[in-house]
Design a protein around this ligand. Structure first.
Ligand code: PRP
Ligand code: MN
Ligand code: MG
Length: 181
């Protein structure tokens, strides 16, 4: 199998830097929720690593559930029309829900999820995202917990993919030009 590392141009965040930030956010989440039990809703596939690490850095009761969504896009631009491929397994009515994302780019996926999940009458609905790109800052999505605001560059690793690959890279990095050609 081809070696992942040879496709990397530049590491932007090391595994250690990401882990340290996850620990900080987990402590903040523990403090904010106190005796309220949170349902972590991970957005497949990208959020797998973030959710797995976040919940193990928390020191309070939680449950997890997962959604898979797909945006109908033309080419590489997202249309904002989102389709549910896999819905939550359980009801979130009256629950304290925290959506967990690896990255927010345009914010279109998230704005759809916020609208969809809020219609199910949770007690509260917040968002944690490990990375956030500048376009999301100009869209209207409100993200309570952000790992890192990052440059508007294409990055992979820690759940983030290029054509389904590189999610298992432990650092977050840009890709070498030869990957795209
Ligand atoms: C990526 C990422 C977010 C979304 C962010 O998921 O994991 O879910 O895009 O983009 P947006 O803010 O512009 O909507 P993707 O749809 O690529 O699926 P994946 O998680 O399976 O990679
Ligand atoms: Mn995703
Ligand atoms: Mg993706």
């Amino acid at each position: 199998a081809a070696d992942l590392g040879s496709d990397i141009k530049e590491v932007l965040y090391t595994e250690e830097q990401v882990h340290q930030r996850v620990v900080e956010l987990a402590a903040q989440i523990d403090a904010d929720y106190q005796d309220r039990e949170v349902v972590l809703v991970g957005v497949l596939n990208g959020a797998v690593m973030t959710l797995a690490d976040l919940c193990r850095s928390m020191n309070s009761h939680m449950t997890m559930d997962w959604m898979a969504v797909s945006s109908y896009g033309v080419g590489t631009t997202s249309s904002g029309v989102v389709r549910i491929l896999k819905d939550l397994s359980g009801s979130i009515e009256g629950k304290d829900v925290l959506i967990v994302e690896d990255i927010i780019d345009t914010g279109l996926t998230l704005s759809y999820l916020l609208q969809n999940l809020s219609s199910r009458d949770p007690n509260s609905l917040e968002v944690m995202a490990m990375f956030r790109k500048p376009p999301a800052l100009t869209s209207s999505v409100d993200v309570k917990y952000v790992g890192f605001d990052i440059p508007n560059e294409f990055v992979v690793g820690y759940g983030l993919d290029y054509a389904g690959h590189y999610r298992n890279l432990t650092d977050v990095a840009t890709l070498a030009p030869h990957v795209y050609s």
